[in-house]
Design a protein around this ligand. Sequence first.
Ligand code: DC
Length: 222
Amino acid sequence: MSIVIAVDGTAASGKGTLAKKLAAHFGFAHLDSGALYRLTALAVIEANGDPKAEADALRGAQTLDFNRAGDPKIRTDIVGQAASYVAAIPAVRAALLDFQRSFLAQPPGGSPGAVMDGRDIGTVIAPDATAKLYIDARPEIRARRRWQELKTMGIRREEGDLLRELNARDAADKSRPVSPLVQAPDAGLLDTSDLGIDAAFAAALDLVSPKIESALKDRQRG
Ligand code: DC
């Protein structure tokens, strides 16, 4: 088994940034599992399907093109909303399970570990992860960050609208019957509301380092 860091949390909490920085720090592979749901949604939309319809959504999950993970189209609001619909369908989650588990079992590039961020990584995908984090921040702070992020992409949105959308997305992710967003009992909680990126990363490292360093030593001993 490879070494696994599971990073779950709310939308725009900073979990993606922290997951990437943790992966770079330890030399681990990184997977943003949200991109899989977004790519599924994109496939459904491009096939003129309905993201709430199980058959359409499942076909999307089976035909998604992972090479498009960097496509800015998957970051749009329309795709994000459709992603939360397909993510609530059990057949879609089941179809994406193998890809995620294989990534963790054999991280690409032969790296000794992987960092995966999402909503159900520490609870469903990798309940035995070496270390787990649950990232959150106050909704107003997350809406402001999303506003900033969109602004740098040249997209102007009302902050109040973004806050409403974030709250709706979180409520849907937390209340769906299958794989809801919930903090795993053994996940370290990190609230990034009042932390800049460097301070948040230092706090994340403090939480995971003891477990990861010890797992790396165990591996060296063979
Ligand atoms: O993190 P994100 O905004 O890219 O996620 C897009 C959608 O996918 C979001 O509504 C939650 C869902 N998702 C999920 O249900 N499980 C995951 N492991 C990752 C994302």
